[in-house]
Design a binder for this molecule. Structure first.
Ligand SMILES: [Zn+2]
Ligand SMILES: [Zn+2]
Length: 144
């Protein structure tokens, strides 16, 4: 119920997320900023089954680290997905690609220590440095 549509800029990668999206999160790390052009604001999904493509011929994956890869459209260049190579349950979908309902809140910012001074996201929420974020993963045994 309530599938959310998503697509790249040209539309050749088109998909639906069959998931309840209650919030989005932002990553300010240098890699995400190079990849998206600024903060990577994503809806995080905990089930790979939630992603259903209607078109994915131009979708390509770039292995950005030992543990993750990033999906993009090879025709228009849109940054779309971040996934862990050893945990196919986790998927972060670029919020800009999604037709999200209004009223969603941004609940967490990570790698705040890598955010440049020329922008800031308003509002009160946890803002974790890279070290704090990595420590929180160890503590919760949750992978992002
Ligand atoms: Zn495209
Ligand atoms: Zn990042």
């Amino acid at each position: 119920m309530g599938a959310i549509k998503g697509q790249c800029l040209c539309g050749d990668v088109a998909f639906e997320l069959v998931a309840e999206i209650s919030h989005v999160d932002a990553c300010h790390c240098t890699m995400c900023r190079r990849w998206t052009g600024s903060a990577f604001i994503s809806a995080d999904i905990r089930s790979s089954n939630a992603l259903k493509f209607s078109s994915d011929e131009t979708l390509k994956w770039y292995r950005s680290s030992d543990w993750a890869e990033r999906g993009f459209c090879s025709k228009c260049g849109s940054s779309l997905f971040y996934r862990l190579t050893e945990n196919d349950e986790f998927l972060a979908v670029n919020s800009g690609s999604l037709d999200l309902p209004s009223g969603l809140s941004l609940t967490k910012e990570i790698f705040i220590d890598e955010k440049p001074d020329y922008y800031a996201l308003e509002g009160d929420r946890p803002r974790l440095t890279g070290a704090e974020f990595m420590a929180s993963l160890q503590a919760s045994n949750e992978e992002v």
